[in-house]
Ligand binder design. Structure first.
Ligand code: MRU
Length: 363
């Protein structure tokens, strides 16, 4: 398992004003290397999960997060799992691997990119005779590089919609940290910024994990794109005072009718956008589209521990005795979405027919 041209392609771009210097997932010296996002923005610490159990733990515990990023990580997790299973049983590795794939799939339930990447790895497994590690590593790298390429295409498609001088609000973290690199919604913002189209970029804090304050603000400032943070509950007022013309965010799953599952609070933003005439853009690669589900009601929404709401930075902030409900995602009906940007094109006012037409264009 040596360095290949594909690995070279996953490196950041720091020159030529590209503004894209961060990679959260790398395969280095035969090891998976994850930037531990729980430590940001204060510390750049890396984790090297040694086996599939540790990879599943890294996904579950938010070392790595963001829909495309957890799919890519799981694909590399299959490489580690297959390597161990083949050493254990050269004839029976494929059967043993099924349990590992189940463990990865259940690490987080909402982002469809996870099961999408695992299905691709399973399909690759079925074609392999002999030691699977090399071919599976190549497939994982393809998933990784294809995601990066898709993000760059979405960046161009999305940026082309934004008139010069507009300002945007983004939410959660949809950047290099959440993907193979460049980002989905943050990729559009990167491209629009590079084109000189953006006046201001606002980011919502994104309680309770503060992906906006900790991660998006870190990514943007590192890549020299000025960012203004707002509390999540300032968003409607930001719109009412006409300081943004766009909300641009990502998705963990888009169902066949165009419903969008994304970070809890996305639905609030979509309602506020419609009320104030602010355009609502969802940026998601085709690996996030789930044509097996009719609509968003059918998606399992991850509920995370109450402690994440009751505590902040390891310290209790809620009154003793209070409990908390902590859904990690919500569902925005397709009717509130103005644009769905994918690498295969842009859909205005997405619905079932338009998504089906896009699907027929996909390889
Ligand atoms: O809980 P997280 O941090 O994994 O949630 C991430 C999001 O909701 C992102 O908006 C989504 O995955 C799209 S990222 C490209």
């Amino acid at each position: 398992m040596n360095t290949t041209d594909e690995e070279q392609a996953i490196t950041p771009e720091t020159s030529g004003g590209v503004h894209d210097s961060i990679r959260a997932i790398q395969w280095l010296d035969n090891r998976l290397c994850l930037l531990d996002q729980r430590c940001l923005p204060f510390e750049e610490r890396y984790q090297y999960p040694v086996d599939v159990t540790e990879v599943a733990g890294s996904i579950r515990d938010m070392v790595v997060r963001g829909a495309p990023a957890i799919g890519i990580t799981a694909a590399y997790g299959v490489v580690l799992a297959a390597r161990d299973r083949y050493a254990q049983s050269p004839d029976g590795w494929l059967g043993l691997l099924a349990e590992d794939i189940r463990m990865l799939a259940s690490a987080r339930p909402t982002a469809v990119n996870l099961s999408w990447a695992l299905r691709r790895m399973e399909r690759c497994c079925a074609t392999i005779a002999g030691d699977p590690a090399g071919e599976l590593l190549n497939e994982a790298r393809r998933i990784h590089t294809e995601d990066l390429a898709a993000n760059r295409r979405m960046g161009e498609h999305g940026a082309a919609l934004i008139p010069a001088g507009d300002s945007v609000l983004t939410y959660c973290n949809t950047g290099s940290l959440a993907t193979g690199g460049y980002g989905t919604a943050l990729g559009v913002i990167r491209s629009a910024w590079r084109a000189g189209a953006l006046n201001r970029v606002f980011a919502g804090e994104t309680r309770p994990w503060l992906q906006g304050a900790r991660l998006t603000a870190w990514e943007l400032t590192r890549d020299r794109i000025p960012v203004t943070l707002i509390t999540d509950n300032a968003a409607a007022y930001l719109m009412q005072t006409r300081q943004v013309q766009w909300v641009i965010l990502g998705s963990d799953r888009v169902t066949a009718n165009g419903d969008v599952i994304n970070k809890i609070g996305t639905y609030n933003l979509a309602i506020s956008c419609r009320h104030h005439g602010v355009r609502f853009m969802v940026v998601a690669p085709c690996s996030t589209l789930d044509f097996t589900l009719n609509d968003g009601q059918a998606v399992e929404i991850e509920e995370r521990p109450a402690d994440e709401v009751l505590n902040l930075a390891g310290r209790r902030i809620a009154a003793e005795g209070a409990t908390a409900w902590n859904p990690a995602f919500d569902m925005t009906p397709a009717s509130l979405v103005d644009y769905l940007v994918t690498e295969n094109g842009v859909i205005q006012a997405p619905d079932r027919q338009k998504l089906a037409a896009l699907k027929s264009l996909s390889p």
